[in-house]
Design a binder for this molecule. Structure first.
Ligand code: CA
Length: 552
């Protein structure tokens, strides 16, 4: 069965190669989002055609997500700031990349460029467009089977939100020494007010009152145990489910009640329960920037996903292992760590879906962590994409964009092409635009078979074609965990796969003689050297990856 599939795919690949040579375009290709023209990146296209024959993932909440900061993604109207129409114009590009989920950072009206201080949960920031633009965006995503989740910022509102301004107006109107009456203004219970100034509290001008705003004076903290606040949150979720979103990314969940995991878990449990009542297919992922032990506790809330900060960032497990590249003792701990994470999260929440990522808008970009070493940057991408659950890609990661330092510099405009003629030209305030892009623009990478971008496309395609990779339970494949080759098995229903990664800058061999009933289903080469099976010896070039599946 499998053999037949491979023969058919090989024929197809050959046919593609022939088809391509006749149609090589004579002009430089555009990166406007149109499908790749034939004759370009032919090896990648052939590999993708072969991967597609392996299978496909079911239509469920297991996805490959792409985080978009609309401000910096693509500008459609020439004001230099990214917008929803710009995103729409790039959906074909995202489809070509292969993702099937988008997380939008906040899109609601806000006084800040990042929009994490919401003025109105029911509208679109005019910088980004209109509600009609959002509805068009949702329709276009649905056509492409791309699920959309939006940032839901509930720890605080903006200080210009009408809940807050109404509460402040009311407190100003109170006679000196009088106690506020929630019957007269329910919003005095939406936030924490006091006549006493504490650390992280700010004065309400023209009154004797202070309010809690732990992040900033622009971000008054909401009281998430208040029943009226919860009713409003329910209405907000319903509103966006009605618009077609699949769920939400919950910002700053560990700060709901800073320092109290149990109270935060209670709030998350309420949000999860309520979201699923409103939409049985709802998908929620919480931001809890904590180490492994603490973020595990947040799964007690029953929430589907908690971002896996233990594996992310420069200090996380993935980069730890990659930094130890070539050291067998260290590499061996990778498969063990994956198995432990899966079993621990699963024991806490049997319905959990892991949410791994390398970096996000708060973290320096991963290519920089890898020293712009193309092979290491590629393997970092594969390590993330071959984690179980929902892998998240931060926009620009697939082309190895630089970005570090202050927050705005981690959120620089997407580097579409050297001319920057369809990018955003008005970057976030204080954003330092990189002087150099070591891996080049998308335009430069798109037609280069050896580029990081085309590596990402293949890694994502493999992830989608072998559902056990994302859906499966993880165990160490101890018989194959040798030298610098890490081996993990994923088991999902009747399906299984084994992921082999050579985490070393030189070639390594895996002896497959104990796995005679397994087939090499897919391979990923970082350095361009083929992954070769001679007899039972699989030769993995530096940072090479192979996925095995059982013979049918
Ligand atoms: Ca614009």
């Amino acid at each position: 069965m499998k053999k037949a599939v491979r023969i058919v795919s090989l024929l197809l690949a050959v046919a593609l190669l022939f088809g391509c040579s006749a149609n090589t375009p004579s002009t430089a290709p555009e990166t406007s989002g149109a499908a790749l023209e034939s004759g370009q990146a032919a090896k990648t296209e052939a590999a993708l055609a072969e991967i597609a024959l392996l299978g496909e993932s079911p239509d469920d909440n297991y996805r490959t997500f792409y985080e978009i900061f609309v401000y910096s993604f693509c500008d459609s109207d020439g004001d230099g700031i990214g917008d929803l129409q710009g995103v729409i114009s790039k959906l074909d590009y995202l489809q070509e990349l292969g993702i099937n989920g988008i997380w939008f950072m906040p899109i609601h009206p806000s006084q800040s460029y990042h929009k994490y201080d919401v003025r109105d949960y029911y509208d679109i920031d005019p910088q980004y467009g209109t509600m009609a633009d959002f509805e068009e965006l949702m329709a276009e995503c649905q056509k492409r089977d791309i699920h959309v989740i939006t940032d839901l910022v509930l720890n605080h509102t903006g200080n210009d939100h009408e809940w807050f301004t109404a509460a402040c107006d009311y407190l100003r109107s109170l006679p000196a020494g009088a106690e506020p009456d929630p019957e007269a203004c329910k919003y005095v219970e939406y936030y924490s007010f006091s006549r006493e100034q504490r650390s992280g509290w700010h004065a309400i001008e023209g009154s004797e009152w202070y309010y809690e705003g732990m992040f900033s004076p622009h971000m008054p903290d909401l009281r998430l145990d208040n029943e009226n606040v919860r009713n409003d949150i329910r209405d907000i979720m319903q509103f966006w489910f009605d618009k077609g979103v699949s769920g939400f990314r919950l910002d700053a969940a560990k700060e709901f009640y800073s320092g109290s995991i149990s109270r935060n878990v209670e709030v998350l449990n309420w949000i999860q329960t309520t979201a699923v009542e409103l939409n049985p297919d709802a998908y929620l992922v919480a931001e809890v920037w904590e180490d492994f032990g603490v973020l595990t506790r947040y799964y007690e809330s029953g929430i589907t996903s908690v971002f896996n900060f233990a594996f992310a960032n420069t200090s996380g497990k993935l980069m730890q292992i990659l930094r130890a590249a070539g050291n067998p003792g260290q590499v061996a701990t990778f498969a063990t760590a994956l198995e432990k994470a899966d079993s621990t999260f699963l024991a806490t929440n049997p319905n959990y879906i892991d949410a791994p990522f390398l970096s996000n808008h708060d973290i320096g970009r991963i290519a920089g962590f890898c020293g712009y070493d193309p092979l290491k940057t590629k393997l970092a991408g594969a390590m993330n994409l071959f984690m179980g659950g929902n892998a998240f890609i931060y926009y620009g990661e697939e082309i190895g964009m630089p970005g570090s330092g202050n927050d705005p510099s981690k959120r620089a405009p997407f580097f579409w092409n050297d001319a920057r003629d369809n990018g955003t030209t008005n970057p976030p305030p204080e954003c330092e635009i990189p002087e150099e892009y070591p891996f080049g623009s998308l335009e430069q990478q798109r037609y280069d078979d050896a580029s990081l971008y085309n590596y990402y496309r293949q890694a994502i395609a493999i992830r989608q074609a072998i559902p056990a990779i994302s859906h499966g339970r993880t165990t160490c494949e101890t018989a194959l965990n040798v030298g610098c080759i890490s081996a993990t098995r994923r088991t999902w229903n009747e399906e299984q796969c084994i992921i082999l990664m050579n985490i070393a800058p030189e070639a390594g061999q895996a002896d497959l003689s104990s796995h005679a009933d397994w087939t090499v289903a897919a391979t990923l080469s970082a350095d361009g050297n083929e992954i070769v099976l001679s007899g039972t010896t699989l030769e993995l070039p530096a940072f090479g990856v192979a996925v095995l599946v059982p013979n049918a």
